[in-house]
Design a protein around this ligand. Sequence first.
Ligand SMILES: C[S@@+](CC[C@H](N)C(=O)[O-])C[C@H]1O[C@@H](n2cnc3c(N)ncnc32)[C@H](O)[C@@H]1O
Length: 203
Amino acid sequence: MLYLSFFLNLLVLIGASIYVAYLMETIANSRRNRILYHSSNVREQGAILAETIKRYVPDTEKYVLVEIGAGLARVAQHLKANLGWKDVEAVEIGPVIAFIGKLRFLFIKPAVRYVRRDVFSYDLPTPAVVYAYVSEEILTNLHKEGRLDGRLVIALTFRIRDLVPTEEIPLKSWQNRILVYDLRSAKGVPASEKKANAGNGEN
Ligand SMILES: C[S@@+](CC[C@H](N)C(=O)[O-])C[C@H]1O[C@@H](n2cnc3c(N)ncnc32)[C@H](O)[C@@H]1O
């Protein structure tokens, strides 16, 4: 009985420590102007994301799906399970979140390959579909560095500054929208060019 009580207390202590570390990491991330950890709403967005990706990429066999700023990689997990995607990867910078993320895939199947890395020091594969629920700052800098070129980028809420999205899908929730940037064959249309063309009576 004493052993059981000791073991249960130990479990609670470990759980509480991980949770506090997770909270501290989340706050630290937001201070460094990265982005607060928050999950995509898979219940609302899962089916929309699957349908959107299928329209752009009918054959997922040839593509790697990468969730950048993956958190618990719930979107990668959903798309792997629902689109039968073979090659799915999650990239996350936060050590505590990544620890919990990796731990999940010891129990959840199909598992997603989980990498703890700063996305700015990670070579995104190609061809790839990149799912990103990260800040405008991160997306814009990744684009400026050419790291998104040649990929289909699906962004939740936040845009790539100065780039016209290929498609914008409104959402009912406060996460507001899904933005598609198809950069597979071109670098995309800068917002300034789009405005100039509109002035010339072009679309
Ligand atoms: C808003 S959460 C999104 C979580 C998950 N992708 C989802 O949609 O449910 C953003 C995540 O990006 C991570 N992140 C921020 N900057 C990053 C970077 N430079 N490289 C990798 N991950 C980063 C944060 O730690 C956080 O977990």
